[in-house]
Ligand binder design. Sequence first.
Ligand SMILES: [Zn+2]
Length: 69
Amino acid sequence: MDGVLNEHTKTIHKHRGEHADQTDVQTICGATAHVTHGRLQVVPIERITEDQTITRCGRCFADADGGGY
Ligand SMILES: [Zn+2]
């Protein structure tokens, strides 16, 4: 699954849509709609979750708190 990393806040969001499109980065929660695209990076969530400095968005990942994936 693809995620959207906000490099400024060190927060990872879930990407909205079936495929990643670098020209139209949108998240489930919509928090990054107003963020300059230059600060957003589409990355695999599996890779980011190994980085303890990255915070997972509570709204995008609320459904994963119970059992993970
Ligand atoms: Zn989010």
